[in-house]
Design a protein around this ligand. Structure first.
Ligand code: XMP
Length: 508
């Protein structure tokens, strides 16, 4: 396995993930939380020093124990990790405003095992102000850019390498090859790590860590909390209880599907709280989107808390937090566009001693892989995202049971048509919205005055920005025809052709 020594950079998890993509296990440790003796005991095949926000000249900047270079373990320093190695080995680091490079940059490389199979000129991703002017004694310069006389360096004898750019970022054209070279040609890794090993290790870890404790998990039926629940169930079985709050704002048959999956298939302690009426009572007459979200969030916590109290003392709260959630919640300064509600964000209200987040190091696609390995149904593993406040933000205006039922039907028809036309692959999220707009129609020679349904389908990588999906006309036609025929109160169907920005994915 590889040690990723963390100096506070923003891409640390991404580095670990890229290493895992090569089927090598990577462990991240803060630079000051592991000693050279400990590193020596664990037989790491290689060490990666990450980037970080500091300058090596800052008084408070993180430094490593110099003995780490004497262990004989190959090291790759990235960005700050590279500068730090150069600085501590006696190289010259310069800081100048006009020498900073940010973004895609042309790089010229020379020969080195680290750069094998990489063309002389290619593009790398830079993000730095300080740079290495002179490599330390014993190191040779193995790459340059226009502004950076030492964009990569190596001491082949000691197997020490450093790169100023970020090989872990996809914009570095040959970043993957560089990591491959480091892991296999330099460190001699075997590349036989699989996601099964992650599962086995996590199960083993939680078996010991949570022995004799009562663990509670809020299960939404989304991929993350479902995978976390299944993993923990494997580790502690009966000591885990999942609480699934059915707020009556779910899609057609969704509550039963979640219940059947967990109670039926896995047989875990599973509590479904049917709280539809209390949610609808609280939402009656409310039309303002933020108010809807707040009411739902609060009520959710109250229901969950009541269930937790019934269960007696809970030692641990488990959450399906995944790595991108950790990053997002760290950004405290962005404006609130919508107060997102996620069952992952519960705590504080229930007394427990600790929180476990078994998926906190994984990315979404890795979580899906774990879900598949654990035998979760495909419908669940590849489920599109669904907002915590559910259909409440897709019924525009006041929420009533009648409106929710109509929307559930329209949404189910749209989903069926997408499946029938094999169009799931072209869109990342799709749903129906019940607008508050009445419009005149004619059905069977009679005038009607019913609701307008909007269909929405978006194509996106990260949901921060999104394009509206060019769904086939035939699909839209049959969805429209079925919705207006099968649902009496709906007279009109429109397709939302707005991207994000300026619109958001959800209507509220
Ligand atoms: P917006 O509407 O903000 O949605 O463009 C981006 C993505 O987030 C989902 N979404 C939510 N997810 N709790 C969630 O867990 C929420 O409150 C919430 N609101 C929106 C939305 O479905 C889309 O995938």
């Amino acid at each position: 396995k590889i040690l990723v020594l963390d100096f506070g950079g923003q891409y640390n998890q991404l580095i670990a993930r890229r290493v895992r993509e090569h089927h090598v296990y990577a462990e991240i440790k803060p630079y000051n939380k592991i000693t050279v003796e400990e590193i020596c005991k664990i037989s790491y095949k290689g060490i990666i020093f990450t980037g970080g926000p500091n300058s090596v000249y800052d008084n408070a900047s993180p430094h490593y124990d110099p003995d780490i270079l004497n262990l004989g373990i190959p090291i790759l320093g990235i960005c700050y990790g590279n500068q730090l190695m150069a600085y501590m080995e006696g190289g010259k680091i310069y800081s100048a405003e006009n020498s900073s490079e940010y973004g895609k940059t042309s790089v010229t490389v020379s020969e080195s095992p680290l750069l094998k199979d990489i063309p002389k000129n290619s593009i790398c991703w830079m993000s730095h102000t300080d740079y290495i002017k002179e490599a330390p004694v014993g190191f040779s310069v193995i790459a340059r850019t226009a502004k950076c006389p030492c964009a990569a360096m190596s001491d082949e004898k000691r197997r020490l390498y450093g790169v100023q750019f970020h090989p872990e970022v996809t914009h570095t054209q040959y970043g993957k090859v560089m990591l491959y070279n480091f892991l296999f040609r330099i460190c001699g890794c075997s590349g036989n790590w699989k996601m099964d090993h992650f599962i086995d290790k996590a199960v083993e870890k939680y078996k010991t860590e949570l022995a004799g404790k009562k663990v509670l998990l809020a299960l939404s039926g989304g991929v993350d909390s479902s995978v976390a629940a299944t993993l923990l169930y494997k580790a502690i079985g009966e000591d885990l209880t999942c609480v699934f709050v059915d707020h009556g704002l779910l899609r057609k048959n969704e509550g039963d599907f979640v219940e059947n999956t967990f109670k039926g298939r896995f047989g875990m302690n599973f509590i479904r709280v049917n709280a539809e009426s209390r949610f609808l009572e609280k939402l009656a007459g409310i039309t303002e989107p933020e108010q809807k979200r707040k009411i739902i969030g609060e009520e959710f916590i109250r229901v969950f808390e009541e269930e937790a109290k019934k269960l007696g003392k809970i030692n641990v709260l488990a959450q399906g937090t995944i790595y991108p959630d950790v990053v997002e919640s760290g950004k405290g300064d962005s404006a609130t566009i919508k107060s997102h509600h996620n069952v992952g964000g519960l705590p504080d209200v229930i007394s427990f001693d600790s929180i476990v987040e078994p998926l906190a190091d994984l990315f979404k696609d890795e979580v899906r892989e774990v879900g598949n390995k654990l035998g979760l149904p495909k419908e669940l593993v590849y489920r599109q995202p669904f907002p915590g406040p559910g259909l409440a933000v897709r019924v525009i205006g006041e929420i009533t049971k009648e409106k929710l039922d109509q929307l559930r039907e329209a949404d189910a028809i749209f989903c069926e048509e997408i499946a029938k036309h094999s169009s799931e692959e072209m869109t990342n999220q799709y749903f129906a919205v019940l607008t508050d707009l009445h419009s005149v129609g004619v059905k069977g020679d009679a005038r009607t005055y019913g609701y307008t349904v909007a269909l929405r389908a978006v194509t996106t990588d990260d949901f921060m920005t999104a394009e509206w999906t060019w769904l086939p006309y035939e699909l839209l036609e049959s969805a429209s025809s079925r919705i207006t025929n099968e649902i009496e109160q709906i007279t009109r169907v429109v397709y939302d052709i707005t991207s994000k920005p300026p619109a958001t994915v959800e209507w509220e």
